[in-house]
Design a binder for this molecule. Structure first.
Ligand SMILES: NC(=O)N[C@@H](O)C(=O)O
Ligand code: NI
Length: 167
């Protein structure tokens, strides 16, 4: 592959903060509820929709091979989009800042088991990309009749490598 190379990094709240929120039990405030029989962990992921409703669905994603050829990113002008895995395998998260010429250089992150993400509304991101196995996700995003998908195809693909890959 001759695309421009990007190496994915472990997902962190700080690294992902410009693009949305990391959903996991670590790094946020938590406190006991229900008389101590449960604990509430705050991820601070905000849902945000315009001209529609917030809906919850299940996505079943097939795994991708690496190094991955990233040719396209997308964004949703009418809603944030959250992906919470229903199994403990990692998945790849790709985001890019917006520039006057479209998305900038993508940033790639690998989740650790049990982490999810919420993309802010209108944030450039790669599609759902499991790494090792078919994976189900709870997805929280926009439901309505507005066109909610904008795609950007890179003139030259990016080559995404997982951390520790030798090639
Ligand atoms: N198309 C669709 O619902 N999924 C994408 O938005 C995605 O981010 O995977
Ligand atoms: Ni999306």
């Amino acid at each position: 592959m001759t695309g421009r190379k990007i190496v994915a990094h472990p997902l962190t709240r700080e690294g992902f903060a410009p693009f949305g929120a990391v959903i996991d039990k670590e790094g946020g405030e938590s406190y006991p509820i229900n008389g101590g029989k449960a604990r509430r962990f705050h991820a601070r992921a905000k849902t945000d929709v315009l001209d529609g409703a917030v809906v919850l669905n299940i996505f079943e994603g097939a795994p991708y091979l690496f190094p991955l050829k990233l040719e396209l990113v997308e964004r949703h002008p009418h809603g944030s989009q959250a992906f919470m895995p229903l199994t403990l395998a990692p998945f790849l998260v790709v985001v890019a800042e917006d520039t006057p010429d479209g998305p900038g250089e993508p940033r790639a992150f690998v989740t650790h088991s049990g982490q999810g993400v919420s993309y802010n509304r209108n944030t450039w991101h790669g599609v759902l990309m499991p790494i090792e196995e078919v994976q189900d996700f709870l997805v929280v995003d926009y439901g309505g009749d507005q066109k909610n998908l904008e795609e950007f195809r890179f003139e030259q693909p990016w080559e995404i490598h997982l951390p520790g890959m030798t090639v």
